[in-house]
Ligand binder design. Structure first.
Ligand code: NAP
Length: 300
């Protein structure tokens, strides 16, 4: 616990993850684009810096949890980016959901500076992050993985290692988010069928969540979809669209057709077009209900 850790991106996920590291005794230097989101951590004694570059120490560790690929490239290699400062023997632990191709690019660029790049995307929504119960998919160079393991343990309930090729962890994360979106569409269609046939959709979701599909995705997302409860968002629908586009990119790159992913991407795209970017991504259930002529309640 002797070294200072840089942490960049204090959104819905990053803020509780950083807080858990601080509470586990790690010394942090945090940065967020909107400074107000860093205030609570500052009041708890965490050092807040003015630029991404100030979060890094030479040869140290920087963790990133920003929204998307473009933001990640900006905080690492943009004008005020941390990559040059981190430099030789440093480690960048990238925890956002991003394209495998972005990982390839960043790993190469960091490699030229002598920095190791690890992919460590996560499963679990913000309340899960608060409880240190995330699942982490990890990939990258072995020595670097060993060095960051205590940090990852302080944020998670389990780490799955996918080997030395950092892109592998991104592929697993995209595969998982595709499965969650597919389950959401399936639940929305099934519960809408029940409702149209005069059966209580909430009761149907409850039964399946307790029996055939007794797992977190069907239980938690199922409850939201059945009750049309999409606000406040735990995972913004706009980010869900980002992820389905990443899934389709990976599908194209690997020549692995995913016809259902196209349908899901279009559900999300049409939801964004209808002004639903900021509701939860399970809000694709609204479009399913609308297609069946149901006026979704409570709203939108
Ligand atoms: P969020 O609440 O929207 O936070 C996004 C973060 O990225 C904020 O700190 C934001 O800064 C920062 N950011 C966005 N654009 C930026 C830019 N151009 N330059 C610098 N910083 C920028 O998102 P989140 O839910 O925490 O998600 C973060 C990542 O985790 C995403 O890759 C997401 O796909 C992934 N993820 C999310 C969940 C979930 O359930 N929410 C679960 C697993 C994985 P500002 O505060 O200034 O906007």
């Amino acid at each position: 616990m002797s070294e200072t850790i840089g942490f960049i991106g204090l959104g819905q996920m990053g803020a509780p993850m950083a807080r858990n590291l601080a509470q586990a005794g790690f010394a942090l230097r945090v940065w967020n684009r909107s400074p107000d989101k860093a205030l609570a951590l500052q009041q708890e004694g965490v050092v807040v810096v003015k630029r991404p570059a100030d979060a890094a120490t030479p040869g140290g560790i920087v963790i990133t949890m920003v929204a998307d690929d473009a933001a990640l490239k900006e905080v690492a290699f943009g004008e005020d980016g941390f990559a040059e400062v981190l430099g030789a023997n440093g480690i960048h632990v990238s925890m956002s959901t991003i394209a495998p191709a972005t990982t390839r690019e960043l790993a190469t660029r960091h490699g030229k500076l002598g920095t190791a790049y690890l992919s460590a995307p996560v499963f679990g929504r913000p309340p899960v992050a608060v409880e240190r119960k995330l699942w982490i998919c990890l990939a990258g160079a072995g020595g670097a993985k060993a060095r960051v393991t205590p940090l990852l343990k302080a944020m998670s309930q389990g780490i799955y290692d996918y080997g030395e090729d950092a892109e592998a962890a991104n592929v697993v994360k995209l595969a998982g988010n595709f499965m969650i979106a597919a389950a959401s569409e399936a639940m929305a269609e099934a519960y809408t069928l029940a409702q149209k046939a005069g059966v209580d959709r909430v009761a149907v979701a409850k039964m399946f969540g307790e029996t055939l599909f007794a797992c977190p995705v069907y239980q938690n997302y199922g409850k939201q979809i059945a009750a049309f409860s999409f606000e406040p968002a735990l995972f913004r629908l706009a980010l869900g669209l980002k992820d389905l586009n990443l899934v389709l990119g990976a599908s194209q790159e690997n020549q692995a057709p995913m016809p259902f992913a196209s349908l899901l991407r279009d559900r999300l795209l049409s939801s964004v077009a209808k002004g639903r970017s900021e509701i939860d991504w399970t809000g694709i259930g609204l479009a399913v209900a609308e297609d069946a002529g149901i006026e979704p309640e409570p709203s939108r």
